[in-house]
Design a protein around this ligand. Structure first.
Ligand SMILES: [Zn+2]
Length: 322
């Protein structure tokens, strides 16, 4: 009986190793394609700070710089420090949670979970943030790879989808996640609404992506000069169902007003947008026991992002407790 048990465990381990190797290969694949397109995968190092668009910060640190020099530096920004600071758990907790994820991956492989069964990327939260930020830096630098927008990719994902991140973004036509993260078919599971607010249907959609597609990251993405947040800030009458959007955003705006901490790089509208993203992230957690369990077991991360309309830069906006 014991021999049989070890044989079974051994098989699962072998499957896990295979899945893990396949996942690594899958993750490397786009990088190879990008290398071929002359795009560097790892941006060089430079510090970044919370709650402040990185381009502005970097420009100030270096003293007086022309806007073209600041723009030139955009693709020099490091995402590593930011990712570690925003999403890192500390050195002790990370291996533990990684072990928990591996355990779940093994379980998924044994039970034919979709991502494992189709050799999907199955990136963990930290890897997923890194991939998003690297894609955004390519987009900012005008070096889009568009590797996953080909007929070959279409055929590949027709067999099944394995997105590596959920993006909760604004419906604003200037903020399309696949473009600004330089991704393509089958990469992102996207939920959009004016002001990136969520209701039960949106949260149910996220539950599906986490439970059935194995997605381990949710990014709530606010953006510069968001019209929905601005309308909430200005107050006044709105007609029809638009009032539901305004009502959903209002608590974040009120909080930002009460806080009153605005800097010259982030005015009241900017801090309201960031506060709204955080409030939405908290609502996602509170409204769904399934997502709460996934977050608490280290299987799911929720982060906030802020998109600058002119530079195209996405910065991570807060360290979530989620
Ligand atoms: Zn918007």
């Amino acid at each position: 009986m014991n021999v049989l048990k070890y044989l079974v465990i051994g098989s699962v381990c072998m499957m896990l190793t295979g899945v893990s190797a396949a996942a690594n290969e899958a993750a490397k694949e786009p990088a190879k394609e990008r290398e071929a397109a002359g795009v560097t995968a790892e941006p060089p190092a430079a510090p970044a700070e919370h709650d402040q668009p990185q381009s502005t910060k970097k420009g100030k640190k270096g003293g007086k710089k022309s806007s073209s020099a600041a723009k030139h530096e955009i693709d020099q920004l490091d995402t590593e420090d930011t990712i570690k600071r925003i999403i890192g758990d500390g050195h002790e907790a990370t291996p533990k949670k990684k072990a928990a994820r591996k355990k779940k991956a093994a379980h998924g492989a044994a039970h034919g979970a979709p991502a494992a069964a189709h050799g999907g990327a199955a990136l963990d939260g930290e890897e997923a943030v890194r991939r998003l930020m690297e894609g955004n830096r390519r987009y900012v630098a005008g070096k889009n790879s568009a590797a996953h927008r080909t007929a070959q990719r279409r055929a590949e994902v027709a067999k099944g989808q394995h997105p590596y991140a959920i993006i909760v973004g604004c419906s604003d036509s200037r903020v399309p996640p696949e473009i600004l993260f330089d991704e393509g078919l089958g990469d992102l599971f996207v939920i959009r609404s004016a002001g990136n607010v969520v209701d039960d249907i949106a949260i149910g959609s996220m539950e599906y992506a986490v439970e059935h597609l194995g997605v381990q990251l949710i990014m709530v993405l606010g953006h510069e000069r968001c019209g929905a947040v601005d309308a909430t800030l200005k107050g006044g009458e709105v007609s029809g169902k638009l009032s539901s959007v305004i009502e959903a955003i209002k608590p974040a705006v009120e909080k930002a007003k009460a806080k009153g901490q605005v800097s010259h790089s982030c005015d009241l509208l900017c801090s309201s947008v960031k506060g709204n993203a955080r409030m939405v992230a908290e609502k996602i957690k509170k409204s769904s026991p399934l997502l709460t369990d996934a977050i608490e077991s280290g299987m799911l991360r929720v982060v906030g992002g802020y998109y600058e309309l002119e530079s195209g830069l996405v910065s991570l906006t807060y360290k979530p407790v989620l």
